[in-house]
Design a protein around this ligand. Structure first.
Ligand code: URA
Length: 433
């Protein structure tokens, strides 16, 4: 097989065979296909697309490019969830504990934050001593024993994706539904869970800016999951404003704890409940969403969801005292209040901008090698649609250094106002699959 012919074929809008896709991914993994040829094929895929069968084959070949986790030694259905990322997205922390408290086995590999979006591992590491890097055996034992483990991706999982993603990043080929869908799903498939819930976010702070694009990406990922025998469902959820009230690692851990204790913000609680309903039905622990909702509410009100979170923290070496008393989590030196300069209904909250402002405080990384300040971040006091008067509190800033005038102006510009009443947007726009 000549790789040049494969590039020609996609350039001419033809469908690649399973063997051609396998040949490509084998060559990417063992380095026999040079980067310039792979880059050419990536661009042809960006321009001419892939059908559902090609996309699923690509995900499968990528999954098999490295180690595939075998969770069959753990009894019952193993569940995973994935968010396409956003601002203030601490869902895995609270949701994992809530569904595990209902008996679901949650085996989750998460990532770090980059740019304006946060990452679950960074949030967990704001708890002193928390270890995100268990061995595969430790991971499986923990899921078996307590039903919940959240760790970083193990070394040899989907090496083809690491190489392809690095090339896509520098060849303007990130933005392609088949490439994004196969990249995300290859990692989910290699993680070994039986059920996958995808939280595909849309809006300013998300990868997909519109509901329509989020639905197209979701359908592509569902199709891959189904073709490869995984029970896969997607939620399309709002990221046009930060999720919950907090942005920043320790602040988000605190909010996740409040949520599993039944005192979380309305939008975030609702997202966790809706996601939990789907996961419990997927995991055959409830036969209807209504039954699942009752189980979840009981797990929260009885304290079992909090206990499950505490148990995971304890198993992974984290400081339990910080979970029981969140005042012990990392604290910023200063708190500055941002107050409205106008009166009106909040018509827009620029979540991407707020994510960038939090990153500039030290809550996130501009480059992969940057270190994180766990204590800093933002606590929002308003949501889209709220009515404010001049001088009302918009947000509290938790910071360790001085806030520059430019930073403050960007903060004020993150809020837009309207004289007209704003319709609230639902946190869950649609459920697909
Ligand atoms: N996240 C991934 O893992 N892969 C992509 O291609 C885009 C987002």
């Amino acid at each position: 097989m000549r790789f040049l012919d494969i590039i020609e074929k996609k350039k001419n809008k033809l469908t690649l065979s399973d063997e051609e896709i396998q040949f490509w991914i084998d060559g990417v993994t063992d380095g026999t296909i040079p980067d310039y040829q792979t880059s050419a094929l990536l661009m042809a895929i960006v321009l001419n697309g892939m059908d559902d069968h090609e996309t699923a084959k690509l995900a499968e070949a990528m999954m098999n490019s490295g180690h595939v986790m075998d969770l069959s030694s753990i009894g019952g259905i193993k569940a995973d969830k994935h968010s396409t990322g956003g601002v203030g997205d601490k869902t895995s922390l609270a949701l994992g504990a809530m569904v595990a408290a209902c008996g679901l086995k949650v085996a989750k590999m998460s990532g770090r934050g980059l740019g304006h979006t946060g990452g679950t591992l960074d949030k967990l590491e704001s708890i002193r001593g928390f270890n995100c890097f268990l061995t595969e055996d430790q991971f499986k034992i923990q899921v078996q024993e307590i039903g919940l483990a959240i760790i970083g991706q193990t070394g040899d999982l989907v090496p083809a994706d690491k190489k392809l993603y690095a090339l896509r990043d520098v060849t303007a080929t990130v933005n392609s539904i088949p490439l994004i869908a196969s990249s995300i799903m290859s990692k989910k498939l290699a993680s070994g869970a039986n059920t996958i819930l995808l939280d595909v976010k849309y809006g300013e702070g998300a990868f997909m800016k519109t509901i329509e694009d989020a639905k197209i990406l979701a359908q592509a990922m569902i199709s891959i999951g189904k073709r490869l025998g995984r029970n896969t469902i997607a939620m399309i959820t709002d990221m046009d404003q930060p999720l919950g009230n907090t942005i920043g690692n320790a602040l988000e851990v605190q909010e996740a704890i409040e949520t599993v204790r039944g005192k979380g913000p309305k939008d975030f609680t609702e997202l966790c409940m809706r996601a939990g309903e789907i996961m419990l039905v997927q995991g055959q622990l409830a036969s209807t969403k209504e039954e699942a909702r009752r189980l979840l509410e009981e797990a929260v009100s009885s304290g079992r969801a909090f206990e499950k979170l505490a148990q995971m923290v304890q198993y992974q070496g984290g400081d339990l005292e910080q979970i029981k008393n969140t005042d012990l989590l990392p604290k910023a030196k200063y708190v500055t209040e941002i107050r409205s300069r106008e009166a009106g209904y909040i018509s827009r909250i620029h979540s991407m901008q707020l994510g960038i402002l939090a990153m500039k405080l030290g809550a996130g990384r501009a480059t992969k090698s940057d270190s994180i300040n766990y204590a800093v971040g933002l606590k929002m006091a308003v949501k889209k649609g709220d009515k404010v008067e001049e001088g009302d509190l918009l947000c509290r800033v938790y910071h360790d250094g001085d806030l520059t005038q430019d930073w403050l102006e960007d903060m004020y510009r993150s809020f837009q106002y309207s004289d007209d009443k704003q319709e609230p947007i639902p946190i869950v726009e649609a459920i697909l699959g």
